[in-house]
Write a protein that binds this ligand. Structure first.
Ligand code: ZN
Length: 356
């Protein structure tokens, strides 16, 4: 493996150039910052919905092409987690996903020396495509977790908006882990997440996957669930299987057997994934990418949009309206002023309707 990678690297030749290419492709999930979606597009419509539907949770369609009914909100605070970037209103998910986050937060703190999770985007209130940042996260079964450990204090909503991401990669080096930020606890956290049977895939930067291949000395049974992907250098992305009984959920093929420390990983260290797309032939008709419309999604998604809302965020909060108290989180010093829409305790989201 190491040999193959060394070969691939030497075939790239100009390492500085490769570093420049690599650095431009490591900005989190943000592979492509799309332009503002037009009104009427699925992105604009799903992105404008503030609350989930009533009723039980149902994913419809595929991770990267679908929507969901009956989403629940991850409480902004748990004993071992804090939700980040609250203004994005993307802490909605299938309760099966939220329970994995809750369990990981607890297990990681108890067994892995990881004090708690900073939880990034899960999904929009009714799922669907997003304005920016993700191709998937559409059916409530994907969640981003920061590779930054939770601080010992409760962050304010403002701090949660502005805390910068920390890349695990070394600057000015091609796909290389920065030993000053990466720790064995990071590795344990990833393998803990991979150990859960509901978890099907975990997306990480290729440099992180390589680091795990080179250094993980424990049980490697679940190492294959760690999938190298562009970005994912300051957070990792957990994807769970379609929950039992979710008839409208389109499953993804299971990961190949083995630890994935093979030529599929070596490929990332070759020029191929970083090559510029070939210019179109001069006589080729320019293809204008068409925006995704609601009619492109599973039929059920129009019904999801038409369905009545829950009465408030609180009514649809995972664990019940008093979830945060039940979890033993101290109430915020300043209760939210007259805001039935917001969870009763914990830092108050900086609510910006229509933001983004
Ligand atoms: Zn993600």
């Amino acid at each position: 493996m190491a040999f193959r990678i060394a070969q691939a690297l030497s075939s790239i030749g100009k390492l500085a150039l490769a570093a420049a290419i690599g650095a431009s492709l490591v900005a989190g999930d943000v592979v492509a910052q799309q332009k503002q979606p037009s009104p009427g597009s699925a992105k604009a419509i799903f992105g404008g919905v503030q609350l989930p539907t009533q009723g039980g949770p149902q994913p419809f369609g595929f991770y990267a092409k679908g929507c969901m009914a009956g989403a629940e909100a991850l409480p902004t605070d748990g004993p071992n987690w804090q939700a980040m970037r609250l203004s994005r209103n993307r802490r909605w998910g299938n309760p099966a996903m939220l329970s994995v986050i809750e369990q990981l937060s607890r297990d990681a703190a108890r067994y892995d020396g990881w004090p708690g999770l900073l939880v990034g985007d899960i999904a929009q209130p009714r799922g669907g495509p997003m304005f920016n940042g993700h191709a998937s996260h559409q059916i409530g079964l994907d969640a981003d977790i920061w590779l930054t450990p939770m601080p010992a204090y409760r962050m304010t909503a403002e701090q949660r908006e502005t805390l910068p991401f920390t890349t695990m990669l070394q600057k000015n080096a091609f796909l290389t882990i920065n030993p000053n930020v990466w720790t064995p606890a990071h590795a344990r956290l990833l393998m803990r997440a991979a150990s859960y049977p509901q978890v099907e895939r975990i997306f990480v930067n290729p440099a992180i996957k390589k680091k795990m291949c080179d250094t993980w000395t424990g049980d490697r049974t679940n190492l294959g669930k760690l999938r190298p992907e562009y970005g994912h250098d300051s957070h990792f992305h957990i994807r769970i299987k379609c929950p039992p009984g979710a008839a409208g959920c389109k499953p993804q093929a299971p990961v190949a057997s083995g630890d994935g420390c093979d030529k599929s990983l070596a490929w990332w260290f070759s020029p191929a994934p970083w090559a510029k797309p070939k210019p179109p032939k001069p006589d080729a008709k320019p293809v204008k990418p068409r925006e995704v419309m609601v009619s492109d999604l599973p039929k059920a998604c129009q019904a999801v949009l038409d369905a009545p809302s829950v009465s408030s965020v609180r009514a649809a909060t995972y664990g019940g309206g008093s979830a945060a108290e039940a979890l033993g989180v101290a109430p915020a010093a300043e209760p939210a002023a007259s805001d039935e829409e917001l969870p009763p305790v914990g830092p108050v989201p900086d609510d910006k309707p229509g933001f983004q």
